[in-house]
Design a protein around this ligand. Sequence first.
Ligand code: SF4
Length: 318
Amino acid sequence: MSVLSPSVVGMSIGQPGTDPASAALKAAYPHGVLSPSRAADFMSCPLKYRFRVIDRLPERPSPAAARGTVVHAVLERLYDLPAGQRTLERAVEMVEPQWQRLLENEPELADLFADDGTERGTEDREDLASWLAGAHELLGRYFTLENPNALEPAERELYVEAALDSGLQLHGYVDRLDVAPTGEIRVVDYKTGRSPSEYFEAKALFQMKFYALVLWRLRGVVPAMLQLVYLGNGEIVRYIPEERDLLACERKVSALWQAITRALESGDWRPSPGPLCDWCDHKALCPAWGGTPPPLPERTVAEVAEESGEVDLVTVDG
Ligand code: SF4
């Protein structure tokens, strides 16, 4: 992540139209910085991006997201074992320790399984045993899709970062990178949800093309394959990208950053209601659903810029 100069840190994003703040943002990140998560947020709904990045409104953790994090961690560490020992039994043994590790970092997640005395409604809670069983089930499905003993990933949870010709800096974490002896690169992403409808598939492929673009810029090679492994229903979606796909992705992310910059300058963060609203934690504040957003907060430029380029340490999905 870029380092802000001391003269920039501490300046504030003010109310709509305050030019000094957006000028300071541009000074700190003259060409912008973007992760696939935040880009997807803005694409699906600019107001949701605002709530997350500018307002930094808290969002409730969900059992599905926490399970996704644990399963990703297990699949990463499974490949620490030598080939031949990467069995479902060993993977299942890793679930509880990885859950404990996650809890150490995010103790509030214990609330997901609290019996009482919390703000969460009973209907939001899950029984820990069935939650763990759900993680085991996802791992079992993984073993029906790939044989981890026949794979030697070149990279796992790989942080990638590259600047485009425009100067826009892109970064993110790739779940797994396989490199063939002949040099071909396969980008692999695990999804703990089900394979999506056409509407959501485009979103998932955008994330993969984003990574492919960064890898192309970093290594000078267009990845030979993008592979989404859906553990929710046991499907693999493969896509063979071409240079023109990645050039189109480059134009798209550059246009996105320009749109984000315009919204920062104008304070105009429009809601874009759609099927995802039912999963939006901020629906009650959304004017598309009769709510009123809070006043735009005073935010430091550093906070906004950091959040705009925020990357998920571990990809989670429902
Ligand atoms: S409820 Fe829908 S339209 Fe409103 S902020 Fe959330 S995603 Fe956007």
